[in-house]
Design a protein around this ligand. Structure first.
Ligand code: G3P
Length: 221
């Protein structure tokens, strides 16, 4: 199972990368907006430079999202984003236009991530269009009283039936239990906020046990 970090924050990406368990990064316009200090001055060039900085931190896939709505615009923006670094994956929304863009970009050898996926039918289309990754948003489904992880189970099962090579990337992860369930279902990737990566390591019995070991180790001095 691969772990990506779901952030555009360079400090968080560096810190997660130092743990030695990070395989990639996902960003989206909302995550990029969070790191902008002066929105009046932040340009599209600044956005591309920021993606370039992320790509210098690690070699794994770095998803950068298009901010256009027609297939032609997404393809041209996607080509521009992909030219930033070899590990950029172009994220396109799962709309009819987005599907066309995914097909065109993937036929040009550019890796894509079909995002904003909320149904198994959208996931089937993403795979048929040749997406490298499909991003179902589990937390946002939970938010509307729909079991987000049930969608992951459906997609993993459907992709297995047809041996689709598109990787299932569990997105909008909110807590460690999403990660456990994703792993049990055989999802390929989970993209996690930094806080959830930290939570994965924590256990009160580890802390209590360590306190005791340290106290007992005092007799060795
Ligand atoms: O990976 C998608 C993610 O950034 C959306 O997360 O918490 O805004 O639903 P959230």
């Amino acid at each position: 199972m691969k772990f990506f970090i779901d952030t555009a924050n360079l400090d968080e990406i560096r810190a997660a990368n130092e743990l030695g368990v990070l395989d990639g990064v996902t960003t989206n316009p909302s995550l990029v907006a969070k790191i902008v200090e002066d929105p009046e001055r932040f340009t599209y060039e600044d956005f591309k430079e920021h993606i370039a900085k992320i790509c210098t931190i690690l070699d794994g896939p770095v998803s950068a999202e298009v901010t256009t709505l027609t297939a032609d615009e997404m393809v041209s923006q996607g080509e521009e984003l992909a030219s930033i670094a070899g590990n950029v994956v172009v994220k396109c929304p799962l709309t009819l236009e987005g599907l066309k863009a995914v097909r065109t970009l993937s036929s040009k050898g550019i890796r894509t991530n079909a995002t904003l996926v909320f149904s198994p039918t959208q996931a089937i289309l993403a795979a048929k269009a040749g997406a490298s990754f499909v991003s179902p948003f589990v937390g946002r489904l939970d938010d509307i009283s729909t079991e987000g992880m049930a969608l992951i189970e459906q997609i993993v099962s459907i992709y297995g039936n047809y041996r689709f090579s598109t990787e299932v990337l569990v997105a909008s992860v909110r807590h460690p239990q999403h990660v456990v369930e994703a792993a049990m279902m055989g999802a390929d990737v989970a993209t996690l906020p930094f806080k959830v990566i930290e939570q994965l390591a924590r256990h009160p019995l580890t802390d209590n046990g360590l306190d005791r070991f340290m106290q007992d180790a005092a007799v060795f001095k």
